[in-house]
Design a protein around this ligand. Sequence first.
Ligand code: NOJ
Length: 746
Amino acid sequence: MLSMNKMRFSAILSMVLFAATVYSQKAGDNGISVSEKAKIDALINAMTLEEKVGQLSLYQADWDVTGPILNTNHLNLIKEGKAGAIFNAYTVDGVRHLQQMAVEESRLKIPLIFGYDVIHGHRTIFPIPLAQSCSWNLSAIEQTERIAAREATAEGLNWTFAPMVDISRDPRWGRVAEGAGEDTWLGCKVAAARVRGFQGTDYKAGNTLMACTKHFAAYGAPQAGREYGTVDMSMISLYEWYLPPFRACVDAGVGSLMTAFNEIAGVPSTANKWLMTDLLRKDWGFHGFVVTDYTSINEMVDHGNAENIKDAARLAFNAGVDMDMEGSAFLDYLPGLLKEKKVTLQDIDHAVRLILEAKTKLGLFDDPYRYCNKSRQEKEVMTAENLDFARKMVSESCVLLKNPDQVLPISENVRSIAIIGPLGDSKKDMLGNWTAAGNWEKCITLVEGIKSRVKDEVEVYYEKGCNTNDNDRSGFDAAVKIAEKADFVVLAMGENGWMSGEASSRSSIGIPGVQNELAEIIIKTGKPVALVLFNGRPLVITKMAALPLAILETWFGGTQAGNGIADVLFGVVNPAGKITMTFPRNEGQIPIFYNGKNTGRPLNPADSSDRYLSRYLDCPNDPLFPFGYGLSYTKFTYSNLRTTVDGNKINVAVQVANSGNRDGEEVVQLYVRDKVGSVTRPVKELKGFQKVLIKKGETKTITFNLTTDDLAFYHPDLKKYWEPGEFVVFVGTNSAETLSESITVK
Ligand code: NOJ
């Protein structure tokens, strides 16, 4: 049977190669050589229409569930040549099994691409992406994706649905966990670093993944923060704040893009021709392919821009979608639409070409099993080196939010520690959302991390005290008992791992359940207390922050969570993370972000006599913790800000002294305000940062070199250029505490 197939395959291949020899054209700038292009042309010539639309179809396998399952027939579809790619299947054996069906049983033997949501690690799970962004360490972020790519490709995968680069100013939206926070400038740097990490310089290398930047576009701005919600905004806002990270990925060579579920101004992204064709391909020069999000073609019927799925398929395809995820809309309707002349064969062939080009670049035509290497799977997954790096990433992602009386780090003299709270010993919660192939049983909890960090003679007690999200107070007494007998209390509280991520919007973003109440009771014991916060979004912790305790924001740290957090709690690592999303005082302040506009009636916090100003009656305008905020166990003092303008260059220098008593890293942040713009400018915009190690007692001069290009902004004609005039340069430890100087740039 196999040899019959092989014979048929070689007959088809020689037809294909014959056709290839008559084709000669210069390869484009899409990384495809002349001979590769010829093979693709020949293959397209050999394909039936059904096989062509098959290449444009992506189906889930049943190893993981990441959306509503519409199709349970992927095995037959593969054999019939009606699937171009598969997602949610991994491991060498699992992938080999499916790939074998494609290359041995389908007529043209075209190999499949294997995709998966490798969002913050594959088996070794790193902190959630939002946490990683708080490290402000771009090379470390790139390295997490390098490791993720090595592990995933050792288990059959070659495509990841990441990075998610959606900017969001609304912490009610659960998917802020997957992004890099609220700032566009930083978001661009992180986005490009992730693409570089996944794809390396060549995704034919065999251990790199093709990335898929998502969700195009503005998915992070749903009304009221509700998942899958409507997006409506000005074109200037879209260009200025939401699109640049996508552009950064395209410039970094990303191989694919995913559409967003949302509409923008009445047009679902999956049907937006302007977005996918005019902007993405014509303006930005994107050469890869566009895949829909999960069934987002079918969902247009509910959006209300298509009468039925057939019409939705027409709209999506003609707008520039190349591959349909899970919905079967292309497979079922493109042939009929072609007959009715509602789509063209030329466009179908073009989309097929993009998919075949991706397969070529991944080396799948050379060897369809190149990602199915047992010895790599055994040797390269969850190595000691990967776990060490994950541990380092956990401690780099932690943000010290409060530390009254230097409660932290925990002193060496402490002889007993009580760990209290539902997240202290819960392995399952450590991975957070999008756990990929991560095994929660291998996670290190806070209890385990602390136990392995302290000396044998130190007693470590643990009580859960309560659950994350109900009203059960029956564990309070036991919790108080261990607090009373301990020298130090660590509270492990926050959201559970499933309260953020996809489909996890919350209208109240406090610490859920009765955890606040338990914390208040524990504080009454008079013991020194540090709260270790676990969460996938900024929370409203105003009440908690008013208590006399230290707060260490740790997000969801992944496989090595407990070890990395313990490193910070005991001062082995001096925390240097800075939040990349503003923490509001209450939900009424949302959306809240540091780079808002001044308004015509800005609040003067020093003068409360004027009622008619832009403010709340019941709450200050400023947040609980501003963007860029985070403390250290040492103290940094800023002085001598000097800014010089020389032609189109703006040079900034500042002195930063470590005036505390231990070495530490500081993220020195540079912001600019354009005082007068023909389009009003934000009160501050991040334009640079440096993460520097400053030894105790040392002073470093930190310099930044901007050019006038850095001052450019979008105008009503959607062109980006700068306008001469007065600017304010700010440098500081966060977006609110800065030194500043005015300059004139002509
Ligand atoms: C839906 C999500 O929005 C998307 O981010 C993800 O990649 C797909 N499901 C596939 O799991």
